[in-house]
Design a binder for this molecule. Structure first.
Ligand SMILES: NC(=O)c1ccc[n+]([C@@H]2O[C@H](COP(=O)([O-])OP(=O)(O)OC[C@H]3O[C@@H](n4cnc5c(N)ncnc54)[C@H](OP(=O)(O)O)[C@@H]3O)[C@@H](O)[C@H]2O)c1
Length: 351
């Protein structure tokens, strides 16, 4: 590998464009190959951005000698196939969120990465933002005591369109997988082991389904045996407030627009104790690219900030939530709830 990071993109769509803007802002990072199902779209993407990048099919980009890391930016149902294409060629992979459609796919993807000894990381970009890292620091240093409550909501209004990725069951649409995953990721940051691998949380969920059968709005409550609670909301049918609030036994934290956090505040004794601002270098997607670069330098195969176990555990939780609200995608024979949190929840609640 060269000293820089040479990226190959699979699926030059909306998020690939945002990610490319971040890569362009980083020294030593370059997009060297663009893969599309239609070469004209890869050519157009390169032309738009003045890239001299190779153009090819997904297979060609995944096997290109020029590429160090493949960024999978296709809709959720393609993630497993497209990441596996690259991992089997010995490439590192940064795969868009959610890692896969369900937990059994997530286990399969992580299994391929492990078998090939390749780096695999979910592109849950919020997790790598400096503002989120500051919150993590406050939590781990006990600045707010024991976290007791989290309120986080991520909702936006996308007009109903059965053909759009967001509403199409065949593209694994719905609010939970599209934006609910951000609220769950924050819950994992706050409640750590209680959510990842510990005793299963009690789950209460209410959902509104769109005419296509996918969830357009969910209210989720996760209750932990210690009495702590996460109130989460996600929506593709209405705008919600995006400020997250964490309440602990000794204080609290607020995160403005938590999924693209730049401003965080710490409270103690109901008074503001600190406010920190972290302007992005580019658009925020650069921090996950920098984490990939760091891991490659260290020869690591997963990120300690977002290990495979966390991505899998959150997919298990999403499987269980979907099972409860009756959202199953047409290509799924069953939702992969035979292991992990689904099973733990059913055993403990009899649901
Ligand atoms: N991190 C974030 O902030 C963020 C934001 C938005 C989306 N995402 C994630 O990124 C992924 C892609 O979302 P997007 O909004 O960028 O989607 P998009 O604009 O529809 O682009 C996806 C690209 O994937 C390719 N593709 C492969 N199979 C496809 C299929 N069956 N249907 C449609 N396109 C297909 C297409 O490129 P070619 O046909 O040219 O190959 C398309 O341009 C999703 O998993 C989503 O959750 C992340």
């Amino acid at each position: 590998m060269s000293s820089g990071v040479r990226w190959g993109i699979l699926g030059p769509g909306a998020i690939a464009r945002s990610f490319a803007t971040a890569v362009d802002a980083l020294e030593d990072h370059e997009i060297v190959a663009t893969g599309s199902r239609n070469p004209d779209r890869a050519v157009a993407f390169n032309a738009e951005r003045n890239y001299g990048a190779e153009v090819g099919t997904y297979e060609q980009v995944a096997s290109s000698e020029a590429v160090d890391v493949v960024y999978v930016a296709t809709p959720h149902p393609g993630h497993l196939e497209h990441a596996a294409l690259a991992l089997r060629q010995g490439k590192a992979v940064l795969c868009e969120k959610p890692l896969t459609v369900n937990a059994s796919e997530a286990r399969a993807m992580c299994g391929v990465a492990r078998a090939r000894g390749c780096l695999l990381m979910e592109a849950m970009w919020s997790r790598f933002l400096p503002a989120t890292r500051r919150v993590e620091g406050w939590l781990s240093s006990g600045s707010i005591g024991e976290p007791r409550k989290l309120a986080a909501s991520f909702g936006f209004r996308a007009g109903f369109d059965p053909g759009s990725r967001l509403y199409a069951p065949e593209l694994a649409g719905g609010s939970l997988l599209d934006v609910g995953c951000y609220t769950l990721s924050l819950a994992a940051l706050v409640f750590g082991q209680a959510l990842i691998g510990g005793e299963a949380p009690e789950i209460r969920v209410e959902a509104e389904l769109a005419p296509t059968g996918v969830d357009q709005h969910c209210n989720i409550v996760l209750g932990f045996s210690c009495g702590a609670e996460a109130n989460l909301e996600c929506s593709i049918s209405r705008r919600t407030d995006h400020t997250a609030a964490i309440l602990g036994t000794e204080g609290g934290i607020t995160i403005d627009e938590f999924w693209r956090a730049r401003r965080v505040a710490l409270y103690r004794d109901s008074r503001r104790a600190a406010t920190s601002e972290f302007p992005f270098l580019a658009n925020g997607y650069e921090y996950q690219a920098m984490e990939v670069a760091r891991l490659l330098r260290e020869g690591a195969t997963e990120s300690p900030l977002l290990p495979h176990a966390e991505s899998i555990a959150l997919m298990e939780l999403m499987d269980e939530i979907r099972r409860r609200i009756g959202v199953r995608y047409p290509f799924e024979s069953t939702i992969g709830v035979t292991e992990g949190v689904g099973e733990r929840c059913r055993r403990s609640t009899g649901a």
